[in-house]
Ligand binder design. Structure first.
Ligand code: ADP
Length: 583
C-alpha cells in the first residue's frame, strides 16, 4: 500500500480522471446489485404462480436497462483509469530517457545496456500496472466486495453468508501465492527466451564469421541447448498455471455447495424463498472476482514497489560530470594545454596516462601517435570531460575546462570517434546531426571537404538515402568520412580526429587533410593515427608509449632522433610503396 502513498503526486495531478473513474466504478458496483434482485422477484413470482406477463416484461426490461447502463459506465471508467495510468507510463519513460541522455560515460561503464532497457520497459510497465489495475482492484474489491456481502447478509441471510464465505480467504491466499510463483517462473522463462533471442541475433549478424570458421554445428548445438532451456522454463510456468485454475474452481465449488446445501434447507424450512436463494447464489458468483482481485492486488503492488524503487534509484543517479559554481558560458578559442600528473580510470588501479604536458597554439595541428592502448583516446576523452582528472589541469583558450560550462566546452570541440556511429536516418540528417537547421548547401560543402560528396551522389537518393538496415550499406571508410563531415559542419574551434581515417585509403586521406589545412588554417586540429603519414605535417607530434610521452617535436625533429617514430615511419613508407607496386 505504501506505493500508493509514493504515487500520491501523480494521483493529485490526475485527480479528475481518478475521481470520476472511481465514482463511476462505485456506481457500477451499486447497479450490479440490482439484477440478482430482479431475478429474485421473477423467480418468486413464478414459484408462487402470480407472475403476470406485464410483471415479467417490466422486470426483464429493467434488467436489460441495468445491463446497458453498466456497459456504458464500464467503458467510461476503463478509459479514465487506464488512460491515466498510461500517462504515468509516458511521464516516467520521458523522465528516464531524458535522464539517460544526460548521464556520464562512467555511468554507462557501470551499467549493462540490457538492464537499462529492462528498467525502461518492464519496470515502467509494472508501475503503470499499479496505477491502473492496482487502483481498480483495490477500489473494486472493496466496494463490490463489501456491497455484495452487505446485500447477502442484510437482505437474505447473515448465517448463510458467513458459512459460504468461509472458503474465500483461502482463495485470496491461493491467488496471491500462485501469482508470486507464476511471476517468478515467468520471469525465468522470459530470461531464457531473451538469451535465445540474443543467440539468434548474434548468429545472424555474425553469420560470415560463423561460416568462415566452420562453426555451424557448434552454434547449432548451442542453440539447441538454449531452446531446450526455454521449453523447460515454460513447462514450469504451465505447471503452476495448471494448478491455479483447478484450485480456484475447487474453492468456488465448495462455496457454492455450502450455499445450495444449507440454502435449500432454509427454503424447505420456509426461512428463505426460492427467489432469495437464487439471488444469493448470483451474489456469491459476483463475489468471486473481488476476492481474486484482492489476491492479485498484493502481487501487483509488490512488483510495482520493486520497480518504482529501481526506477527512482536510477533517476537519483547524479550526472557525475559536474559544473562548478560560476562556470563560464563562453566558447573558448582553440589553444589547448594539458598539464596533468596522471590519470586512472575509475574502478581500475593502473594509471593509463602519466606526466602529460602539451601546449598546442591556436590554429596549430597536434599529431598523436602510439600503439593501440597507449592512451590516445583517453587524452581526448579527458579534454571533453567525459571523465575528470583527480589532479592537474587541462585548459582551452587559457581557461581551465573545469571552469567552463559543459555546453560551452563541447561547443568548442568537434569530435570524430574511432568507432563512428550513424543513425538510421538519411545521410543528410546524419551529417546535420549537431546542426539540424543546416542548409543542404552547407551539408554538401562539408561532405566535399570530407571527400564523401562524390560517393553520396552515387547513391540512389543521394543525400536523401537512408543509412542502415533499411537503406544503403556503407563501407567503413564511407562511414568515417560522413562522421568527419558531421563534425566539420559545426565549424568547431578544435577538431579531434581520433584515428578516424584508418579505413580511408592513403590518397583520400591526403586529400582530406590537405582540404582541412586550407579551410581550417585558423583553427586547431588534434589528430591521432596509426598511419604516421596522417600527422607528418602537424606542427607538433607526440609519441605515446604506455601513457607516457616518449618522443616529441616536428616530423623532421623526430626523424633526426632516430627513435620509434623514425623506424615506424620508414617501415610504413616501405609498406605503402609495396602496396602501390613500387620498388
Ligand atoms: P588508444 O586510443 O591509444 O588505443 P585508449 O586511450 O583507448 O588507447 O586506452 C588506453 C588504456 O586505457 C588501455 O589500456 C585501455 O584498456 C584502458 N581503457 C580505455 N578505456 C577504458 C575505460 N573506460 N575503463 C578502463 N580502462 C579503459
Amino acid at each position: 500500500m505504501l506505493l500508493f502513498k509514493d504515487l500520491i503526486w501523480f494521483f493529485k495531478q490526475e485527480k479528475k480522471s481518478y475521481g470520476i473513474g472511481i465514482l463511476v466504478l462505485v456506481c457500477v458496483a451499486l447497479i450490479n446489485l440490482f439484477p440478482p434482485y430482479a431475478v429474485r422477484v421473477i423467480v418468486d413470482g413464478a414459484s408462487k404462480g402470480n407472475l403476470t406477463r406485464e410483471i415479467l416484461l417490466k422486470w426483464s426490461l429493467l434488467l436489460l436497462g441495468a445491463g446497458f447502463i453498466a456497459y456504458g459506465l464500464r467503458y467510461i471508467w476503463r478509459l479514465l483509469i487506464f488512460g491515466a495510468s498510461s500517462r504515468l507510463g509516458r511521464l516516467l519513460r520521458k523522465q528516464l530517457f531524458e535522464h539517460f541522455t544526460r548521464l556520464s560515460p562512467q555511468f554507462y561503464q557501470e551499467h549493462r545496456t540490457g538492464d537499462l532497457m529492462a528498467h525502461a520497459t518492464n519496470d515502467i510497465q509494472a508501475i503503470e500496472m499499479t496505477a491502473g489495475m492496482g487502483v481498480l482492484t483495490l477500489v473494486d474489491s472493496l466496494t463490490t466486495g463489501s456491497l455484495v456481502i452487505f446485500s447477502m447478509a442484510f437482505f437474505i441471510s447473515w448465517k448463510l453468508t458467513l458459512l459460504t464465505l468461509l472458503p474465500m480467504p483461502l482463495m485470496a491466499w491461493s491467488t496471491s501465492h500462485y501469482g508470486t510463483m507464476l511471476h517468478k517462473r515467468f520471469y525465468k522463462a522470459q530470461a531464457a527466451f531473451s538469451d535465445l533471442n540474443d543467440k539468434v541475433l548474434e548468429n545472424i549478424s555474425g553469420v560470415r564469421v560463423v561460416k568462415a570458421f566452420g562453426e555451424e554445428e557448434a552454434e547449432n548445438e548451442a542453440f539447441r541447448l538454449l531452446s531446450a532451456e526455454v521449453v523447460k522454463k515454460n513447462i514450469a510456468v504451465a505447471k503452476v498455471d495448471a494448478l491455479f485454475d483447478p484450485t480456484i474452481q475447487l474453492i468456488i465449488g465448495i462455496s457454492f455447495f455450502l450455499a445450495i446445501a444449507f440454502g435449500a434447507k432454509e427454503v424447505v424450512n420456509e426461512k428463505l424463498t426460492f427467489g432469495q436463494l437464487t439471488q444469493f447464489t448470483i451474489y456469491l458468483g459476483q463475489f468471486i472476482w473481488p476476492m481474486l482481485a484482492f489476491g492479485w492486488l498484493f502481487n501487483i503492488l509488490e512488483r510495482g514497489r520493486a520497480s518504482y524503487d529501481r526506477v527512482n534509484m536510477l533517476l537519483k543517479v547524479k550526472y557525475e560530470v559536474l559544473e562548478c559554481e560560476g562556470a563560464k558560458d563562453e566558447v573558448p578559442d582553440g589553444q589547448v594545454v594539458f598539464e596533468m600528473a596522471s590519470f586512472t580510470y575509475p574502478g581500475t588501479h593502473l594509471p593509463v596516462l602519466d606526466k602529460i604536458n602539451i601546449a598546442v597554439n591556436q590554429g596549430h595541428t597536434l599529431g598523436i601517435v602510439g600503439k593501440t592502448g597507449s592512451g590516445k583516446t583517453t587524452l581526448f576523452r579527458l579534454l571533453m570531460r567525459e571523465f575528470d582528472l583527480a589532479e592537474g589541469d587541462i585548459q582551452i583558450g587559457g581557461l581551465s575546462i573545469y571552469d567552463l560550462k559543459l555546453g560551452a566546452l563541447r561547443a568548442a570541440i568537434g569530435y570524430v570517434p574511432q568507432d563512428n556511429f550513424l543513425f538510421s536516418t538519411t545521410i543528410a540528417e546524419n551529417i546535420a546531426f549537431g546542426k539540424p537547421e543546416a542548409k543542404l548547401e552547407e551539408i554538401k560543402a562539408v561532405a566535399d571537404l570530407a571527400a564523401i560528396h562524390e560517393d553520396i551522389l552515387q547513391f540512389l537518393d543521394a543525400y536523401g538515402t537512408l543509412v542502415g538496415d533499411r537503406g544503403v550499406t556503407l563501407s567503413g571508410g564511407q562511414k568515417q568520412r560522413i562522421s568527419i563531415a558531421r563534425a566539420l559542419l559545426l565549424q568547431p574551434e578544435i577538431l579531434i580526429l581520433d584515428d578516424s581515417l584508418s579505413a580511408v585509403d592513403a590518397k583520400t586521406e591526403k586529400a582530406i587533410l590537405q582540404g582541412l589545412k586550407e579551410k581550417r588554417s585558423q583553427k586547431t586540429t588534434l589528430i591521432s593515427s596509426h598511419r604516421l603519414s596522417a600527422i607528418e605535417h602537424a606542427d607538433l607530434i607526440i609519441v605515446l608509449h604506455n601513457g607516457q610521452i616518449t618522443e616529441r617535436g616536428s616530423h623532421s625533429d623526430l626523424m633526426a632522433i632516430e627513435g620509434w617514430y623514425a623506424s615506424t615511419y620508414r617501415s610504413q613508407q616501405l609498406e605503402s610503396l609495396i602496396e602501390e607496386g613500387g620498388e
